[in-house]
Design a protein around this ligand. Structure first.
Ligand SMILES: C[S@@+](CC[C@H](N)C(=O)[O-])C[C@H]1O[C@@H](n2cnc3c(N)ncnc32)[C@H](O)[C@@H]1O
Length: 467
């Protein structure tokens, strides 16, 4: 560590900036945000400084710096960009015992201004000690992505209740546990989601219960088509905070790795006997876990509301009085389309797209009007259609689509992705000849002829940016 990290109080204290250009303005903006009383000393000042002077926010001395300017200053900045003058600022400040920073001159500085990430009351400072500012910027960007945009609001929300909590929860471990549970719990999640009024009601009852048995919450989260970086940031954050994750079979390891190590994981995709857990049993699990006050993530492939049975789960939870929220995910159709270069709508070729199932849970033919779909001219994105490829091909061929292009995308966006193209009349043969067994999407329409394969290294972008 090259510098000692501290946050320095400058509220209502005098700070001196020597220099009237862009470098000075950058420091000035930050100092004003922190409530400092800033004096700029420089023969010339740029328009932004002049505006601030006119608004009465900054004092400007239109002359070169003299040693007396430093008397009583809490901090000083040299931002003239002129070597001899910046040196003079540094010498004078050090002589006066005022901590000084000269822009981009660590040898003339007592402190640096770090890269900062701000969420209202929460500030994170990043420094490479002057060794690699670009690397520090990369770290800042990575932290920006990690921190919820409403984190500062959460800090302010907690501050509102500090007095009330102090009054009812004894100091020490009990109070620590109270706040731990709060920040990790559903009330904090509600604040982060932007529902402060609802969260305030929950908080009052939580305080009255002195932190006992908070109500749980279920987030029904779409994990996307498989690649971890195709999941939303909101989904990732909820996964990181969850106590329990109830997930489907096809959720990739890369995604489950985002969960807390001590979070319980319940795989409802299959039981030891390899039978999937029935839907009503899944609903019961979600309700039971939430009733224990846990933060539950129900993690589903793709989007929860596209052939994902998310609607049934939401209804069951609501009927049981459990708070539930849905986080969308990238559905297989849009993911497979992007990964193979098939535009689902395409000017002059396809002006509509229909997501349709080729399978009904009980194994019967789905209740779909294929004749109407065949005549609609829409691109058909068929989920769960591979098992019924022969029937599908027959139905659509009979209604005039025999020669329409088809693309079958297996394991779309995953490293093992495969893409096959042909015509509707040959769909069944295409599926059989290539032994398609993984999850696959069938795209039917002129646009299917545009299928190409996007290389795996383009599809798989690592989650954390390289810093
Ligand atoms: C039960 S549905 C779930 C759909 C999911 N909710 C979604 O929005 O993508 C499962 C079907 O989605 C399609 N599917 C899901 N992931 C896929 C992938 N990575 N590649 C191709 N098709 C996929 C397949 O048709 C699979 O049979």
């Amino acid at each position: 560590m090259r510098q000692f990290p501290i946050f320095f109080a400058v509220q209502d204290r005098p700070v001196l900036i020597a220099g009237g250009g862009e470098a000075a303005v950058r420091k000035l903006r930050l100092l004003l945000k922190a409530g400092a009383r800033v004096t700029v000393v420089a023969p010339d000042a740029n328009d932004e400084i002049l505006d601030l002077v006119e608004a009465g926010d900054v004092d400007w001395q239109a002359r070169p710096l003299v040693a007396e300017d430093l008397a009583g200053a809490a901090l000083a900045y040299g931002a003239t960009g002129i070597d001899a003058v910046d040196r003079q600022v540094s010498d004078a400040a050090r002589k006066a015992g005022v901590p000084v920073n000269v822009v981009d001159r660590p040898e003339l500085s007592d402190f640096i201004t770090p890269a900062i990430i701000e969420r209202d009351a929460i500030t994170v400072a990043v420094s490479s000690g002057g060794t690699a500012p670009v690397l520090a910027r990369g770290v800042k960007a990575a932290i920006e992505r990690l921190l919820h945009p409403n984190l500062g609001r959460l800090a302010l929300f907690a501050e509102r209740f500090r007095g009330a909590v102090k009054a009812v929860v004894p100091a020490g471990r009990a109070r620590l546990r109270f706040w731990d549970k709060f920040f990790d719990g559903p009330i904090a999640a509600r604040v982060l989601a932007g529902d402060e009024a609802g969260a305030a009601e929950d908080m009052l009852s939580y305080v009255n219960r002195r932190g006992r048995a908070e109500d749980g919450i279920v987030h029904i989260v779409g994990a996307g088509p498989g690649a971890a970086d195709l999941m939303t940031l909101r989904g990732q954050r909820l996964l990181e905070q969850a106590d329990v994750i109830v997930h489907d079979r096809l959720i990739g390891d890369g995604i489950l790795d985002l969960a807390r190590r001590d979070a319980d994981r319940i795989d409802v995709g299959k039981t030891p006997g390899h039978h999937p857990v029935p839907q009503d049993k899944i609903n019961d699990i979600l309700i039971a876990q939430a009733r224990q006050g846990k933060r539950v993530v129900r993690l589903k492939g793709g989007d929860p509301f596209v052939f994902g049975r998310g609607g049934e789960e939401l209804q069951a939870l609501t009927a049981a009085g459990i708070r539930a929220e849905v986080v969308p995910g990238i559905t297989a159709a849009t993911a497979c389309a992007a990964a193979t270069g098939i535009p689902l709508t395409h000017r002059g070729h396809a002006s509509a797209v229909t997501f349709v199932t080729g399978h009904k849970g009980d194994g019967d033919a789905p209740d779909v009007d294929w004749a109407a779909l065949a005549h609609s001219g829409a691109t058909l994105a068929i989920y769960m259609g591979v098992g019924g490829a022969a029937r599908l091909s027959g139905d659509l061929s009979r209604h005039g689509l025999a020669d329409t292009p088809v693309a079958v995308i297996e394991n779309g966006t995953r490293p093992e992705q495969r893409v096959f193209t042909g015509r509707v009349h040959g769909l069944d043969a295409l599926v059989r000849a290539n032994g398609i067994t993984g999850p696959a999407l069938i795209v039917i329409g002129d646009v299917a002829a545009l299928a190409g394969v996007v290389p795996a290294d383009v599809r798989q972008v690592p989650l954390a940016a390289a810093v």
